[in-house]
Design a protein around this ligand. Structure first.
Ligand code: NAD
Ligand code: MN
Length: 512
């Protein structure tokens, strides 16, 4: 049996190093996004299962070897997990394409290799002992001071549906690299590649039991139970800003560490001197990659007034090159959205754009794809003449919808770019790198790409300003976000004379 089938047949929840069913026997059917065909029956966990998962992760952290395992050993294990994905890369890519509906080509070239690369990067980081130099201290007496990094403890990791395998790896790699124990909660509709990964890790017996636990089930019930659980030390969440706010509130009870990667409304800012052919292709990549279901998608395109109609005409022409279709067809660029309800949300936004007076210049609705009757396909949609106050310019749509607006000066463009409750990413298109860097520095966002988009690389910190999130993932910052900082002070003097004790508390003995 393959890894996924093994996991599902054995109950679908992975707790304390064993597969089991939900305590109340709950199950949920997972379907293929494009066809609606059943892909498997997973467990539907409840609060009781959350308690079981926390107990297992707690015991593995408090009494198990894992937090004290040397970094080089954790590095070896992360490389071994990367090998597991690499050895089954075609199967992971196909399962991702079926469950989520993303094009197989994209799963093969992005999701799977990036997951491998991410694990290998954190394997390297696991071997580092992040050094933080402290100044020499001789006041009040000579001491040696150093910083030690320790794992935080039990980490609940709540995943969105838009990059199921990659998100699982983004969360697991830094947590495991630093010696934490984990409870992974995939999104309700797209748990299968994470299940397959956990099953492969289990089969290879790479981790002590309880270090990695997996719960599938409804976010409202088990996500909230994890975020509020007294036995959980950290919550890392990727998803909507509304749920992020709720998680932060629940986590406040026990002052949990929280990392939030939330929504976005990222601008693609074309400067007047840009290579317009390059910029237009880049803007299309920025917004339609992954069918528009990316938090960092470039959904607002700001165009200098003198190039406005030319850019719109070129966007409209180049968007025709995109093929919407069956995700398993290698010619497909855009598959269906994850679900009918997500597509209904996107359609509401399109209707709203029309009602608020934006000019529809491409797409605008559903597309039927032969053989994929159940799939919710939406044509890549472009609105021109958008004002930044319109709903489609303010709210995250999470579908293939671009809002194009003109600007008259660079400072106006920066003002529009920053007039958003979000601040996740931005792209600047220009031949003048100096000018582009100046603009990049004035944009309030966690990542600015100059002449590119979406390049979230394992070594670079990623996260949001404002309501796009809290904290950073990836790179050294992302790894340190899974550690507590301990200062250790070593007195080197070892004599009673000259102690601060004498001045503030304890008088010296006679003759001292
Ligand atoms: P969501 O925020 O509702 O769900 C994300 C994860 O949180 C899922 O695992 C879900 O089960 C869980 N969850 C849901 N409610 C919860 C709660 N009350 N407490 C704890 N966990 C909970 O996102 P969604 O419903 O999948 O998508 C809705 C919108 O979120 C999208 O339209 C998009 O705007 C945004 N989104 C953003 C990202 C991102 O990468 N930042 C990813 C997916 C979705
Ligand atoms: Mn094509």
């Amino acid at each position: 049996m393959d890894d996924l089938a093994t996991a599902l047949a054995a109950g679908g929840l992975y707790l304390d190093g064993r597969w089991c069913a939900a305590g109340d026997g709950g199950q949920a059917q997972i379907v293929e996004a494009a066809t609606g065909a059943p892909l498997g029956t997973v467990a539907r966990a409840s609060r009781h299962d959350v308690d079981r998962a926390v107990a297992a992760a707690r015991a593995a952290f408090d009494r198990g070897p894992w937090p004290h395992t040397p970094g080089r050993e954790r590095a070896r294990i992360l490389h071994a997990i990367a090998d597991l994905i690499e050895h089954q890369s075609a199967a992971f890519a196909e399962l991702e394409a079926r469950n989520l509906g993303v094009p197989l080509r994209k799963a093969m070239f992005v999701d799977v290799p990036m997951a491998v690369e991410h694990l290998r990067t954190f394997a390297e980081l696991a071997r580092l002992h992040p050094y933080e130099p402290l100044p020499w201290t001789d006041m009040p007496s000579v001491s040696w001071n150093f910083v030690w990094r320790e794992p935080i403890g039990v980490c609940a990791q709540i995943l969105p549906w838009n990059y199921p395998l990659l998100m699982a790896v983004w969360k697991l790699a830094p947590a495991l690299a630093t010696g934490n124990t984990v409870i992974l909660k995939p999104a309700s509709a797209t748990p299968l590649t994470a299940l397959m990964l956990v099953s492969a890790i289990d089969r290879a017996a790479l981790l002590p039991r309880g270090v990695l636990n997996l719960l599938t089930g409804p976010g409202v019930e088990i996500g909230e139970a994890l975020a509020g659980h007294a036995g959980v030390d950290k919550v890392s969440f990727t998803g909507s800003t509304a749920v992020g706010r709720r998680i932060m509130a629940l986590a406040s009870d026990t002052i949990k560490r929280v990392t939030l990667e939330l929504g976005g409304k990222s601008p693609s800012l074309i400067l007047p001197d840009a290579d317009l052919d390059l910029a237009v292709d880049g803007v299309l990549f920025g917004v339609y990659f992954n069918g528009g279901q990316s938090c960092e998608a470039g959904t607002r395109c700001l165009v200098p007034r003198e190039h406005y109609e030319a850019v719109i005409a070129r966007l409209v022409r180049r968007v025709q090159a995109l093929t919407v279709g069956d995700p398993l067809d290698l010619a497909t660029d855009i598959g269906p959205l994850v679900s009918a309800s997500q597509a209904a949300t996107v359609e509401r936004y399109i209707a709203n754009g029309l009602a608020e007076g934006a000019r529809l210049v491409a797409g605008g609705g559903r597309i039927a794809v032969p053989g994929c009757a159940a799939g919710a396909f939406i044509a890549p949609t472009i609105f021109a003449d958008v004002h930044n106050q319109m709903t489609i310019a303010r709210e995250e749509i999470f579908g293939p919808v671009l809002a194009v607006m003109p600007y008259d000066s660079i400072s106006e463009a920066i003002e529009i770019a920053n007039a958003s409750p979000y601040g996740l990413g931005a792209a600047v298109w220009s031949r003048d790198i100096q000018a582009a860097i100046e603009v990049a520095r004035r944009i309030r966002a966690g990542t600015v790409w100059i002449n590119d988009h979406h390049l979230i690389v394992p070594h670079a910190p990623f996260g949001g300003y404002k309501q796009s999130g809290l904290g950073r993932e990836h790179g050294l910052q992302g790894m340190l976000a899974y550690t507590e900082t301990k200062h250790i002070h070593v007195d080197l003097f070892q004599r009673r004379q000259g102690r601060i004790w004498w001045d503030v508390l304890l008088p010296p003995e006679d003759g001292a």
